[in-house]
Design a protein around this ligand. Structure first.
Ligand code: NAP
Ligand code: FE
Length: 369
């Protein structure tokens, strides 16, 4: 058994009933003023904002709500949030929402402390000052952004690109699955598929290790039975199932934090940018092809993830075939554009076989051409 591993994830995760309402001490330790970074509605609909405000007021912390974060957050919006946090004199930032506001909040902390970095410069310029401390509160069960040092942003040219490293971790994660209860059905499926993709891609990634594979298997064991429920479109998840799904998205996040993503995520970005396919589904449509490659490259690992999923190979493939569908048509010129772009994509190099940009282009042609 090769049990070697290393794991860096510096955020303190606190979970439990009413953890946000009861976080007055943490908030008062972090300072006197904060900016809350969120989207248009998720913080309100989930009930998280009410709990945050309750705890901040108890702690005597002043706050400013920056709720301009859209899905696939723009670098420019995050830079604007950073400027506001700087001018407001914020001591810390709270990011609340799905992966989009959480990723945006990570960037806001960097921009706020580094006034010389603007917009797309976040990908290239040195971060000289430590980012503002960050508290993350998730409201979807998918990205695991709470526990990764990755922020996926959209550049000025409309392309998604991630920025990562030690500057992009939260200081505290307040994990309460009840905030996911209000997520609409379609988003619940897509975000669950995202978590599934994280578990599978990081399992087979070149950067995986013993511990990250354990996290992947833990996540798959929780997520797969829930994906099976989605085969009935009228099925509503129970609170227990929602809770399990949320924690599983964090386990998949731990795996992702070490292994990173492979070609499904790299290719999925294009479907989101050009056709508006939600992130999780956009990546998951490539998971059946990814599993085929994984089986070729690592048949033992493949057997382990099937076992961890708790279903047979054919059941798993049938399930993915049913859920991972996007009704789009992609013209050949676009596919050629992707072929060129993907030639340098690091997600391909992190994949288990030599599946490359030409294979990716053929796959897109077969699925959507
Ligand atoms: P999202 O883009 O954050 O949110 C999708 C939609 O769901 C939004 O309309 C949002 O509303 C709504 N919503 C969120 N929580 C809700 C709730 N509790 N109740 C009702 N509506 C709710 O979706 P996501 O899938 O969580 O995040 C996707 C983003 O994360 C992508 O940009 C992706 O690239 C990134 N990502 C990051 C990582 C990472 O490691 N950092 C990993 C995977 C994906 P609002 O508009 O009000 O927010
Ligand atoms: Fe993802």
């Amino acid at each position: 058994m090769d049990a070697q591993f290393n794991f860096f994830m510096p955020a303190e995760i606190l979970s439990g009933k009413d953890i946000v309402r009861n976080s007055e001490t943490i908030f008062s330790l972090l300072g006197k003023r904060c900016v809350i970074v969120t989207g248009k509605s998720s913080a309100v609909k989930s009930g998280a904002l009410k709990d945050i405000v309750f705890a901040l007021e108890n702690a005597g912390v002043e706050y400013y709500i920056f709720n301009k974060i859209t899905e696939n957050p723009q670098t420019a919006t995050c830079c604007e949030g950073g400027k506001i946090a700087r001018e407001y004199g914020a001591d810390f930032v709270i990011g609340v929402g799905g992966g989009s506001p959480l990723d945006a909040a990570k960037a806001v902390c960097v921009y706020a402390a580094n006034g010389d970095i603007e917009n797309d410069e976040i990908y290239t310029k040195e971060v000289k000052n430590p980012p503002l401390p960050l508290v993350l509160i998730g409201t979807t069960a998918g990205t695991g952004s709470e526990v990764s040092g990755v922020s996926v942003l959209t550049r000025k040219d409309g392309k998604k690109q991630s920025v990562s490293g030690k500057n992009y971790y939260a200081k505290y994660v307040l994990a309460d699955p009840k905030y996911t209860y209000s997520v609409p059905a379609g988003t619940t499926v897509s975000t669950a598929l995202d978590a599934f993709a994280h578990a599978v891609e990081s399992y087979f990634s070149k950067k995986h290790d013993f511990l990250s594979r354990k996290f992947s298997c833990m996540a798959l064991g929780e997520i797969t039975p829930i994906l099976l429920k989605f085969l009935n479109p009228d099925y509503t998840l129970s609170e227990d199932e929602r809770d399990a799904l949320y924690f599983a998205s964090l386990y998949a996040g731990f795996a992702l934090n070490k292994g990173g993503t492979c070609f499904p995520h790299g290719m999925g970005y294009a479907l989101t940018e050009d056709y508006g396919v939600p992130h999780g589904l956009a990546c998951a449509v490539f998971i059946p092809a990814f599993l085929k490659e994984a089986k070729k490259g690592d048949s033992e690992g493949y057997a382990e993830i099937i076992k961890a999923s708790g279903v047979s190979e054919s059941e798993l493939l049938k399930l993915l075939e049913s859920l991972c569908k996007a009704d789009i048509t992609i013209p050949i010129e676009k596919i050629e554009e992707y072929r060129v772009r993907w030639a340098t994509l690091k997600n391909f190099k992190n994949s288990p076989t030599d599946f490359g940009a030409d294979d990716g282009a053929s796959l897109v042609y077969n699925l959507f051409g």
